[in-house]
Structures are given as C-alpha cells and as structure tokens.
Design a protein around this ligand. Structure first.
Ligand SMILES: [Zn+2]
Length: 436
C-alpha cells in the first residue's frame, strides 16, 4: 500500500513553508521533496494537495478520553480540588465499560477531525474498551491504567496497583497503534513505593511513565503537609524523575523545581486551558517562562474535555504561546513555530515516538488542512494555524492509512457516536443524581 500527497504547502520541521511531494510506503514517509517522487509506477492512493496545508499529525499528550461524555456538564465555577473529589471521582464510579468505550470513541473522532493522529491518556479504568475503540477509529493511542494507593475512592493497595500496571504493560506491550504505558495518578494519591516501583516497570517495559503533579496550589500545600516537601522536590528525592517521566500540569512550581526537571530530563505536559479555566494562578505560581528559557522538555496538551472543553491541541498551543509571551513580558520568547512544535515533535520526543516531523523515515502520521480560507491563505500560514480560528481538517493519515478524507471520518459514523454519547451522558448524570 502506497500513498502520494501531491504538491501541498507544507510546514517542515525547520519551520519553513514550501511546496513538496510526499511519498508513503510501509507506514513511513519514504520521500519528501519539491521534486517528483521516483515511484511513479507504483499504484496506490493519491491525495491532491492543491489548496491544502500539510503538517505532521498533531499529538495530544495529556487527555482523559473516558471523561469526554461529561464535557460541559460540570459548572465552570468549581475549583480544582472539588472538581476532582465531588465530580470526577463520582463520575468514574458511575462509568460502565460500554460508556468508556463510547466516550473514548467520541474522543478519537473529535481529535481525528482536528488533525490529531496520536494521543496519550494516563488514567483509564477500562483499557480493553480503549483497545476496541482504537481498532475502530485507527488513531494512535498511548494508554495508562488508573493507579493510586493513598486516597480517593478509586485507590487500591500498592501491590494490587503494581500488579495491574504490570498486567496492563504486558497485555498492551506491542508497537501497534495501541500502546500501554506506565502511569500513576500522582497529586498526593500515591505512596513512594508505588511511584518507585511503577517507574521500574516503565523501564522494564520500555514505556513512558506519567503522573499529575503540582496541578494547583492546593496540591503543593497537601504535599508539604504529607511529605514536608513540594511535589517535584519530593519526586526528585525518591528517584521518580527520568527522561521517561511526563509530569502533567506542573502549574505551581519553583525555580529550583524547574532546574530539577531540566537536570533529570523529565518532561512536562502543559495544559493551559484547564489551568486558566479553573483559575489556578499561572501568573502567581507558574514558571512557564523559565520552563521555556531553560529548555525543559515540554509539550502543550488539552487535558480532559470536561476541564478544557476541547480536545484540539492547536487551541492549547495557541493559548500557551499567548501566555508565555504575556507572562515573560517578551513576545519574542515563544513563536507560532514553537507552538506548533509543542504539539508535534516535542510530544513525540516525550513519548519516544518516531513521528511529529515531516522527515524521511518518520511514521506516516499526517494532517492536511484547508488552506483556501483567509486565515491560511493570507500572510504566514504558521501564524494562521496557531492564532486564528481553528482550521478545517480535510485529510488525516495514521500509519499510512487515510482515516479522514475530504473532511469526513472514513472508519467512523459521527451521528451514531453522538447519539450513543448523548444518551449515555444523560444516563450517567441520572445515576449520579445530577439530573432528575
Ligand atoms: Zn490528567
């Protein structure tokens, strides 16, 4: 099976915009050049690139697909800690495996229609439902299983958490589109033993490991009470931070903790829409400028759709760019091209995935946008992508396969998914007592 993308405008990894031809075979980019590819005799799919802008597929490296059914349901006046204890935990208790499947499938559909080709979810309860959803949607999906042993009603004892994580990694250890990864919930819900042993499992099974940390000021206060240390300080001490580690949020951190992230090579998944919506105080407690200036490994992500009301990482990248410019009082510190890298090559690097770049040898995960509108046809299309209204996706390729074509999903029926999603969301709300 081959695929030729003929003559689109492309944003290449050096940030330049030029017309290219791209040839894909065996799931990888085999040729990318302004010249005509020397594979004319091979028969296969052809995408005409005229009027389109080609990007590497977007990567959303911190989401919770099982929460998408719950989008727009929680009042936007609820702060971070009650959000989790009073809404998120009861929601998960009400969720069935079939609900999880439809929620994940809806997430995949929404993301494919934004040009997302890979996403990473750190805390799912029903990984078999995720596997089923991936086999239908075709998206590339990293999944961690829920692991917490200290507090929260979904906590289990440490040995059971570790047994579940290992079983999960064994079961989904392949290199296909669904990839198991190690994860702990973090944010004061995990013992040192769970952190340490889960990190050992990540090394043994060669996967990333994720944890939520310093998600807000209250997390830091709880950590100081519990351990006498701030969250990142404590994780450095117990040896949790390595180049495999992806810390989600890192909203309230100190300069010294930024230095620790840099020194250990750990990455951060920044979720600007969630932090802004919940009023977590990036201006007061955050260190976005230092994270960028010091060269800490980072990416932009949406977080769950009930926090950010969006699964489009382009929106997260645009918000991150605006925030960093404002907080640093320096518009030159973070450009639209940096924003694009924060949802393509940077998360690919954090996940250890050979994607996120328009380069020969990269996985053929690609997105083409309609470039005929005012936003992408006037001036610099990179600024158009990042700062203007979200562009319309026309074609999306995952692993060399066309999963969105002409603006429509090739494998999924959105009407069917939405019908199921609405009825299941209502039923969950009734079970939780939120609806009458
Ligand atoms: Zn999260």
């Amino acid at each position: 099976m081959t695929l030729l993308i003929r003559n689109p405008l492309a944003i290449t990894s050096d940030g330049k915009v030029s017309r290219v031809n791209v040839f894909v075979e065996d799931e990888r980019i085999q040729f990318i050049s302004q010249d005509t590819p020397p594979f004319g005799s091979k028969r296969g799919e052809v995408i005409e690139g005229e009027g389109k802008l080609l990007l590497p597929g977007l990567i959303n490296a911190h989401i919770h697909t099982e929460e998408t059914l719950w989008m727009n349901m929680i009042p936007d006046t609820v702060p971070h800690i009650p959000w989790f204890n009073e809404y998120t935990l009861p929601y998960y208790h009400s969720l069935t495996e079939e609900d999880a499947y439809w929620s994940t499938l809806l997430s995949h559909a929404l993301m494919l229609l934004c040009g997302v080709t890979c996403c990473a979810d750190s805390a799912n309860l029903w990984p078999d439902a995720d596997a089923k959803a991936v086999s239908r949607s075709g998206i590339r999906f990293y999944v961690g299983i829920w692991a917490s042993d200290l507090s929260g009603t979904l906590s289990k004892d440490t040995a059971k958490c570790l047994e579940d994580v290992e079983k999960h990694l064994k079961k989904y250890s392949g290199r296909g589109r669904l990839r198991g990864m190690a994860s702990v919930i973090g944010s004061n819900t995990c013992s040192d033993e769970l952190y340490f042993e889960a990190a050992r499992l990540a090394a043994r099974y060669d996967t990333p490991i994720t944890s939520h940390e310093s998600s807000g000021h209250e997390d830091v206060i709880q950590s100081l009470k519990r351990t006498g240390e701030r969250p990142i300080e404590h994780l450095v001490k117990i040896g949790f931070l390595t180049r495999r580690t992806i810390i989600s949020h890192a909203t309230d951190i100190t300069s010294s903790e930024v230095n620790s992230l840099k020194a250990t090579g750990a990455g951060v998944a920044l979720c600007p829409a969630t932090e802004l919506k919940k009023g977590k105080g990036l201006h007061a407690y955050g260190r976005l400028t230092e994270i960028v200036r010091l060269g800490v490994r980072y990416c932009a992500a949406t977080d769950n759709a009930n926090s950010s009301n969006s699964l489009n990482p382009m929106r997260a990248a645009g918000l991150l760019a605006l925030l960093v410019k404002d907080l640093s009082l320096d518009p030159s510190i973070f450009t639209a091209r940096d924003a694009l890298r924060s949802i393509t090559e940077y998360p690919a690097d954090l996940l250890g995935l050979n994607a996120g770049r328009l380069e020969v040898g990269s996985l053929a995960d690609l997105a083409l946008y309609d470039a005929s509108n005012a936003y992408l046809s006037l001036g610099d299309p990179v600024q158009g992508m990042v700062y203007c209204d979200p562009p319309r996706v026309v074609d999306v390729v995952v692993n060399g396969e066309l999963v969105v074509s002409g603006g429509g999903l090739t494998r999924l029926n959105m009407e069917e998914i939405l019908r199921e999603a609405r009825s299941r969301a209502e039923s969950i709300a009734r079970r939780m007592g939120v609806l009458g």
